[in-house]
Design a binder for this molecule. Structure first.
Ligand SMILES: Nc1ncnc2c1ncn2[C@@H]1O[C@H](COP(=O)(O)OP(=O)(O)OP(=O)(O)O)[C@@H](O)[C@H]1O
Ligand SMILES: [Mg+2]
Length: 358
């Protein structure tokens, strides 16, 4: 577990370091999470030392001045091809808290979580999922956000759907009954609709409310290599369901001011779930997104995050790229919408890094 009790180094960029690393900070998400925290009341918050800091400069993406020429760095020491079956990074990378940096066996269930809104969770879920499918994996996206952005972003109109993830969570409908194919071969989605918004309340009184998604997923997991869960921007019961069902958490961090705000709360909650509800939640990775190489800020945020989270930060950085923001409007992932764009190249590289394919 990441220790956020220790204050950061004297800062050059005070704003970036502000609340994410302050244990005393209690933001709104504390309250959103309070029902779960109450259940887990006996759990001690972690007090271990932070992971050893590493120099990650070699991983910083180099972007030329012209925005259109910016590109994603090739992974320096590409992992051996493993088909996701074997660890590829050395034990020297293993942090102290129980989260490990390996390429785990398939199937993998990755929750894309960050209670901050608009940080790139959905964009990463959809495009990483599409890029993994392009590598030949069978991929299921689970849209666990009532906004349904992953659903519409893949060209599915939720008004046309009889069964969605809401029915799975609240009415014990089998997950495979709501799964829809997409235009991308090997990419499937369990869609969301607006009625999912009420589920945070409805789930409160449900039996085994934190494990609804996990039990539904257990029925179909053997059909997939990767399951990516797009979480809503909160730490309520929907996100808790995602974290209980997941074996990994991926946290997109926007390379902007306040990027780290709330990150401490998120990592503490992830640890609570790991200790109390889901011992299989072994991996926490961070992916830097919306990187703008023209500004010093992007580099500062990147250095800051890598300084604190070391090898848990993906080597590949996703650049800010307007094509990524346009693609959902056309109901397509970036890999089909504009396969040669910097955004598409970056997500393809991220898929290779995540899957351990060189
Ligand atoms: N790398 C990028 N370059 C440019 N625009 C991006 C990039 N990543 C995401 N965006 C845009 O930023 C906005 C927020 O992204 P996204 O919807 O993925 O965030 P989110 O974390 O899922 O938001 P929410 O918390 O509301 O679910 C969207 O308009 C998206 O198109
Ligand atoms: Mg979203």
């Amino acid at each position: 577990m990441i220790d956020l009790q220790s204050p950061p180094e004297p800062e050059q960029t005070p704003t970036l370091q502000a609340e994410g690393f302050e244990p005393e900070v209690q933001d709104r998400e504390d309250q959103a999470f309070s029902s779960v925290s109450t259940d887990l009341a006996s759990t001690d918050l972690p007090t271990e030392a932070p992971p050893e800091e590493e120099s990650e400069e070699e991983f910083v993406t180099e972007y030329p001045e012209e925005p259109d020429d910016r590109r994603v760095e090739e992974p320096k020491d590409a992992d051996e091809p493993t088909d996701g079956q074997a660890p590829t990074t050395g034990s020297e990378d293993s942090p102290a808290e129980g989260f490990v940096r390996t390429t785990p066996a398939l199937p993998r269930v990755i929750a894309l979580a960050n209670q901050k809104g608009g940080v790139g969770k959905t964009t990463t879920t959809v495009n990483l999922g599409a890029a993994l499918a392009d590598l030949g994996y069978r991929v299921l996206l689970i849209d666990l956000d009532p906004q349904g952005n992953a659903t519409t972003g893949l060209g599915i109109n939720h008004h046309d759907l009889d069964v969605t993830i809401y029915n799975v969570l609240l009415q014990d409908v089998n997950l495979d009954e709501c799964v829809e194919p997409t235009e991308v071969k090997g990419l499937f989605i369990a869609p969301a609709s607006l009625d999912l918004a009420g589920s945070e309340i409805e789930l409160v009184t449900a039996f085994s409310r934190e494990s609804k998604l996990k039990r539904a997923l257990d029925e179909v997991i053997d059909d997939y290599d990767y399951v990516l869960i797009d979480c809503p921007p909160s730490l309520g019961l929907l996100t808790v369901n995602a974290l209980v069902a997941a074996t990994e958490v991926m946290v997109p961090i926007q390379c902007e001011y306040y990027a780290l705000e709330g990150l401490g709360q998120l990592t503490r909650n992830v640890d609570l779930i790991r200790r109390n509800l889901n011992a299989s939640l072994e991996i926490l990775n961070i992916v830097l997104v919306m990187y703008d190489g023209r500004t010093k800020l992007g580099e500062q945020v990147s250095d800051e995050v890598r300084g604190h989270y070391g090898s848990r930060v993906c080597r590949v950085v996703i650049p800010r790229n307007v094509r990524l923001s346009e693609a959902p409007g056309f109901g397509q992932p970036i890999t089909t919408f504009d396969p040669s764009s910097r955004g598409a190249v970056a997500y393809k590289e991220l898929a290779r890094e995540v899957s351990g394919v060189s």
